[in-house]
Design a protein around this ligand. Structure first.
Ligand SMILES: Cc1ncc(COP(=O)(O)O)c(C=O)c1O
Length: 379
């Protein structure tokens, strides 16, 4: 599939075929493709200046406005943001910050967690098959089971940070249950460990709130963002209290450096995206759209629908059925995708801007293809 252009919820290939996009660049194109506010913000910034200097040396308005607006929308003490070029790089920064602030080295992560592919982020990935070939990774990393309260005893005074996805993505869109995150928060407070929440996937309106953690009554010490933040351009960020972030600035001086982080064109796109998400009804509509998906996606080959808002995944009875469905739907002009560690899952993370008509159109394709699979295989 070679891309010609993309607009709204549609991608077009060079043969002129149109594809309805239920994946949004793996949750990255939060406002769909080429949203006018994002495109205009980019064009305006293009006419002023592009990269001028390594991040932080000069005052560049798009990055300042973006980080200020983020601070306005985040609960205390989350105030000071460092902008990066990708999600995985923001994870690296958050791990470094936790070590620097606590003076400890141990990191606790979750089994089946995915936080990115650079060395630090890969070290906290809870899936050995994807790590083995790259060992040795960073030491002093231990794994607990997500949603398992007994495992919280493993968080001790040696722990610098517990890093968790607010909703586990690659594992199969697993939500925290029974106040799990609150209990993790409590244990962290008891032993002086930091709580890092990876919001790279649920963040930026996808779950009906600006950040996923707002659904679970908890505030992390460090929040990590990416993907949907850029409205289709590459960006990541980590945010913590001013006091913590200031520690990273000193001894060594400038403890985290990046050339292109805070790039003015990308920051302008992210600022336009954040404004659009927070000033429109998109977040509230996300929950209505979830209801619509749940009411339409009813079929004997759909065992379960997981997730919240427009971070949804449904499970078929087998990896084979999931593969066949995803490939056949693409033939029929609907983009679906897999999850990393749950082969039966089908990802539904469309642009937040998707319309009810488009949701109905896409679900009809899914149901028709599932009917065919059922008939051909006599399930
Ligand atoms: C939860 C989570 N964390 C981190 C990352 C890494 O982000 P990036 O691919 O921008 O490095 C991803 C990307 O899929 C993700 O889903």
């Amino acid at each position: 599939m070679e891309i010609s252009h993309a607009e709204g919820a549609y991608i077009y290939d060079t043969n002129g075929k149109e594809y309805l996009d239920f994946v949004a660049g793996v949750s990255a194109c939060s406002l769909g493709h080429r949203h006018p506010s994002v495109v205009n913000a980019i064009k305006k910034q293009l006419d002023k200046y592009l990269h001028v200097m390594v991040y932080g040396e000069y005052i560049q308005q798009p990055a300042v406005a973006l980080t200020k607006l983020l601070a306005n929308h985040l609960p205390a003490p989350l105030e000071k943001t460092y902008l990066t070029n990708s999600g995985t790089e923001a994870i690296e920064g958050s791990l470094k910050l936790a070590k620097r602030v606590t003076g400890r080295s141990q990191i606790i992560a979750a089994k089946l967690a995915y936080h990115g592919n650079t060395m630090g982020a890969m070290s906290v990935m809870g899936f050995e098959e994807r790590k083995r070939a790259f060992r040795p990774l960073i030491p002093d990393v231990y794994f607990i089971s997500f949603n398992n309260e007994q495992d919280l005893e493993q968080i001790t005074t040696k722990t610098a940070a517990v890093i968790l996805e607010t909703i586990q993505g690659g594992a199969g869109f697993i939500e925290p249950r029974n106040d799990y995150l609150k209990k993790v928060r409590q244990r962290c407070d008891e032993v002086g460990s930091l709580l890092i929440l990876d919001e790279i996937q649920p963040g930026f309106g996808r779950t009906g709130t600006l950040f996923g953690f707002e659904n679970y009554n908890v505030v992390p010490d460090i929040i990590v963002m990416g993907k949907g933040m850029g409205g289709g351009l590459p960006i990541g960020a980590f945010t913590a209290s001013r006091k913590m972030m200031d520690v990273l600035q000193d001894n060594p001086k400038l403890g985290h450096i990046t050339t292109f982080g805070g790039n003015p064109v990308i920051a302008a796109a992210a600022l336009a995206t954040l404004r659009e998400i927070t000033e429109s009804d998109l977040m509230a509509e996300t929950l209505q759209k979830e209801k619509l998906f749940r009411s339409l996606l009813v079929h004997p080959l759909i065992n379960e629908i997981r997730g919240i808002g427009l971070m949804l995944a449904f499970l078929t009875p087998s990896a084979e059925i999931t593969n066949e469905l995803i490939l056949r739907c693409q033939d029929k002009g609907l983009i679906l995708f897999w999850l990393l560690f749950e082969p039966r899952a089908v990802r539904i993370t469309p642009p937040l801007t998707i319309s009810e008509r488009e949701i109905k159109e896409g679900c009809k394709i899914i149901l028709n293809v599932l009917d065919q699979i059922q008939k051909n295989n006599k399930f």
